[in-house]
Design a protein around this ligand. Structure first.
Ligand code: ADP
Length: 328
């Protein structure tokens, strides 16, 4: 059976981008069609300045929301990265396979590094090396497919390069995985700045729809979304990124096609109204289920405990084999 691995960072509240880019497919298809592992990648939350208590709370909230969105612990393995030490054990071996040049080329390193410097913070070494830890997350499980939004393409490519290089040098050890992306809304953009992605750790919440936003908050955010000075609704990501983003979101929520939907609308107002309602309906069941699960902490703890146990069983033999292959 095909193996799938993917993760979410507990660096903020989950967004509509996380859902449409990744989580929705995990729920609707991946967990039913594959041996799927989904991870709250808390070690990745330590690469920037953080509050330890907040990381802990967000890890739990992220796992709870993953369940609320429909991940079924009977169908998939859900766990927290730091509960399974195979990830860090393997990461070091992969660091010995990677070069500093290829890590410095990572777009996210450049962007987040600049942000940290601009805020007067020093750049942590882990910000440079975390794509290697991500490669370890994926490779430890013999993963075939990594369902992610398209902002992760470069990191999955690095994972492929490291797996291939390790296999060539030390003998076949790792499956070389491939990234898969959703057809529509592979990159949901910020409603206030449609040239940058809707990211949960960005400072301003005005352009970001969070999965737990109340209906009226969603309506307000979508109503205030930046469009452009034209009037015609057309799907053009370059010339009219704000409108294209709304069309992508509406298409992803309603199962339509963004180009066709553009022909249906004569005003931005109507497009925004329908987009807001589609998002509200998409999120409604998740908010209800989240409230129920949040009240039952024992259940979530038990899911994560069992998930980590299973993840350890799968990862250990492959990481042991990598240690043996490299000469240790
Ligand atoms: P974030 O950037 O919100 O911190 P993560 O790094 O935790 O997100 O990514 C979790 C998953 O969500 C990844 O598969 C990523 O590709 C996807 N994702 C994140 N933001 C978006 C977005 N704006 N549009 C589509 N997918 C996204």
């Amino acid at each position: 059976m095909k193996r799938i691995f993917s993760g979410l960072k507990p660096t903020g509240h989950l967004t509509l981008g996380n859902y449409l880019g990744a989580l929705r497919r995990w729920v609707e298809t991946d967990q039913h069609q594959a041996d799927a592992l989904f991870c709250v990648v808390d070690l990745h939350a330590l690469t920037m300045e953080h509050d330890p208590g907040r990381v802990r709370r967000l890890s739990r909230q992220t796992a709870t929301l993953m369940l609320a969105a429909g991940l079924d612990p009977e169908q998939c393995t859900l766990f927290v990265q730091s509960h399974v030490d195979a990830h860090t054990r393997l990461s070091y071996l992969l660091e010995c396979t990677a070069t500093d040049g290829e890590l410095r080329r990572m777009i996210q390193y450049k962007e987040k590094g600049e942000r940290a410097r601009a805020a007067g913070e020093s750049v942590r070494l882990s910000l440079l090396t975390y794509p290697v830890l991500m490669a370890a997350d994926i490779l430890a499980y013999g993963t075939d497919e990594v369902p992610v939004g398209d902002d992760q393409t470069q990191h999955v490519q690095l994972t492929r390069d490291l797996a291939t290089r390790f296999n060539q040098r030390y003998g076949h050890t790792f499956t070389v995985p491939r990234a898969t992306h959703p057809v529509v809304a592979a990159r949901v953009m910020d409603l206030q700045d449609p040239t940058s992605k809707m990211g949960k750790s960005h400072d301003s919440g005005a352009g970001i729809v969070y999965l737990l936003d109340e209906p009226d908050v969603v309506r307000k955010k979508v109503a205030r979304a930046v469009t452009d000075s034209g009037r015609e609704v057309r799907y053009d990501r370059e010339a009219s990124p704000g409108v294209a983003n709304l069309l992508d979101i509406l298409a992803a929520c309603s199962g339509g096609n963004p180009e066709e939907l553009a022909g249906v609308y004569e005003s931005y107002g109507a497009l925004k109204r329908d987009t807001a309602e589609a998002v509200v309906e998409l999120l409604r069941p998740m908010r209800g289920r989240h409230a129920e699960l949040a009240a039952d902490t024992g259940f979530v703890d038990e899911v994560l405990r069992k998930g980590a146990e299973r993840a350890r069983e799968i990862a250990r033999p492959r990481v042991d084999a990598a240690y043996a292959a490299i000469g240790l």
